[in-house]
Design a protein around this ligand. Structure first.
Ligand code: TRP
Length: 340
């Protein structure tokens, strides 16, 4: 019966971001665009501002995290994520999530979490050494709570999050087996077509600390400067030389943002053949980025005047989300016999 219910169940989307400063176009290409596309397609959609998860590596910067919650909400709305189509809420306002996390912790071994490739990578990047915060090592379990609390089956994420989905599904199976009932629902990742945009310096990833990002809130002049100094093909010395399109950041960005795909293909062929200079291609990219970012920036400016109303919306949505998560928690506690 439960299995049938689950199969016939609605398509429920849940995703989230750690709030940490402003969004850049890498976030847009890698995830926001996908969510904007998805917001009309499914029965229910939840977008979580994961402030608790952000604290797992920013505990000494907690005010920066809380201030970034509003900035992230403004970025979401400016990009066209509609609060009518998505329940946008704040993780720390959902009391059932830490309770679910504590229960799930008994279904996961320490060595399993330590083997999680994303956790491993991040641990190295952040240089924790042997001083790993418990909250950090535990975050995949907390993320499983985020997803399962809402019975989400679709999770739009970047490919770096695939290990989290796998870990979530292991917890789901283990909990359901223990309860002898399909209380939790398995989920799948929905990957976007552009998974990762390189930094303006050609580095593998845009990152605030490397200063190689174009932000959604950047002004016209800043965008132009960043585009004109972008990494291209270091061996393309003279205009008449053949150039490399692959690994050329300017073309990576055009692939992600230029709406005129056929003209872009021609441009790529011309560049590869030789006779097309970097400055020309960059000017074109600048036009494309200005056209794309101007309306977002304008909308952002308007939304900045509405912080009060936006916070009200987030709180109201969080109340609704808290109730749904609470129902899942109650179901699980009942199945585990924790009903007094
Ligand atoms: N870990 C995600 C990130 O770093 C953010 C996140 C938290 C999330 N909870 C989630 C993503 C639940 C998807 C589903 O980007």
């Amino acid at each position: 019966m439960a299995e049938q219910e689950r199969k016939q169940g609605k398509d429920i989307v849940l995703t989230g971001d750690r709030p940490s400063g402003r969004l850049h176009i890498g976030h847009y290409a890698g995830s926001i665009a996908n969510r904007v596309r998805m917001q009309d397609l499914y029965d229910e959609s939840y977008i979580m501002i994961a402030d608790i998860q952000a604290l797992t590596d920013h505990m000494h910067d907690s005010h920066k995290v809380s201030e970034s919650v509003m900035e992230l909400a403004i970025d979401y709305l400016a990009c066209g994520l509609s609060p009518d189509k998505n329940t946008i809420f704040i993780q720390s306002l959902i009391p059932a999530l830490p309770e679910l996390t504590i229960l799930y912790m008994n279904f996961v071994t320490l060595s399993r979490v330590q083997r999680n490739p994303t956790v491993k990578n991040e641990m190295q990047q952040k240089g924790f050494g042997s001083s790993i915060p418990m909250g950090f090592i535990n975050y995949p379990i907390s993320q499983a709570a985020d997803i399962t609390a809402f019975k989400a089956n679709l999770v739009p994420v970047g490919d770096d999050q695939l290990p989290m989905i796998e870990q979530t599904n292991e917890i789901v199976r283990s909990v359901n087996r223990t309860c002898n009932k399909d209380i939790l629902r398995e989920c799948e990742a929905v990957l976007s077509t552009v998974t990762r945009l390189p930094g303006t310096d050609g580095g593998a990833k845009m990152s605030k600390s490397l200063g190689n990002c174009i932000y959604l809130s950047d002004d016209e002049e800043t965008i132009k400067q960043k585009v004109m100094s972008m990494f291209t093909d270091p061996d393309h010395l003279r205009v008449e030389d053949p150039g490399k399109v692959e690994g050329n950041t300017v073309f990576d960005y055009l692939t992600a943002f230029d709406p005129d795909k056929s003209a872009l293909e021609e441009m790529k062929a011309h560049y590869a053949r030789g006779g097309l200079g970097d400055v020309k291609v960059k000017r074109h990219l600048n036009d494309v980025m200005q056209d794309f970012l101007a309306p977002i920036r304008a909308r952002r400016k308007e939304l900045e005047q509405d912080r009060g109303a936006i916070m009200d919306m987030l709180k109201e949505n969080s109340l609704k989300a808290a109730e749904i998560a609470e129902n899942t928690l109650e179901e699980l506690k009942t199945a585990l016999g924790l009903k007094y």
